[in-house]
Design a protein around this ligand. Sequence first.
Ligand code: GSH
Length: 225
Amino acid sequence: DQTSHTMDDEVKLFGFWASPFSLRVIWALKLKGVDYEYIEEDIPHNKSELLLKYNPAYKKIPVLVHGGKPIAESLVILEYIDEVWPQSPLLPKDAYERSVARFWAKFIDEKIRPMWEFFHKFGEEQQKAIDNNFKILRTIEEHGLGDKKFFGGDQIGIADLVFGMVIHYFAPMEDVMGVKFIKVDTFPRLHAWMRHFSEHPVIKDNIPDYSRVVDYLKGYLDIIN
Ligand code: GSH
């Protein structure tokens, strides 16, 4: 029976509900129709022994465990998933196009920490962070997305999964702070992308509850202030 699972092909994902990093892995597994067991970690103060064992270098989620073997770092996990389950590809076939997709996935991934700065800085520092976000988004709008529907073309690809955090995480941050970055008149392409991406059935059905994220972010602000 092809559908039964043995220890050899069992898939487990260690994640945290609000994390943009585990969510991109969830989306990839769902897009490809891979069955998996989800294990919620209590981040950052109560990590399980298994998580520490599986990701001793970073001690972070997400970790994917396939047939007992752990893989850490979400971009590495996404590439692994795409190699092992080639259906609904996340990366193009052509070597050059693959490198372009990897470039934008990496670029956006590296901008997530800086883009989060506006949320916990104050005064002049905050204004700098806001200006910086506009610059980053301008680069992504003009050079990364261009006139395509998705970064991956007509289909969702690896860079789309990485940028997906603007919908479930960045938009609630904007709401909490009363700033709006991606508007139809400032970033028309990114604005259209947000609609296309969030309307995709797999994404729509696998996104954390908006008000729960808002509460989580407000709680975070209370702790740091
Ligand atoms: N570069 C990592 C990836 O892409 O997987 C980032 C993962 C990450 O930052 N995970 C956070 C975490 O596990 C949760 S959002 N933090 C626990 C800690 O820092 O102790």
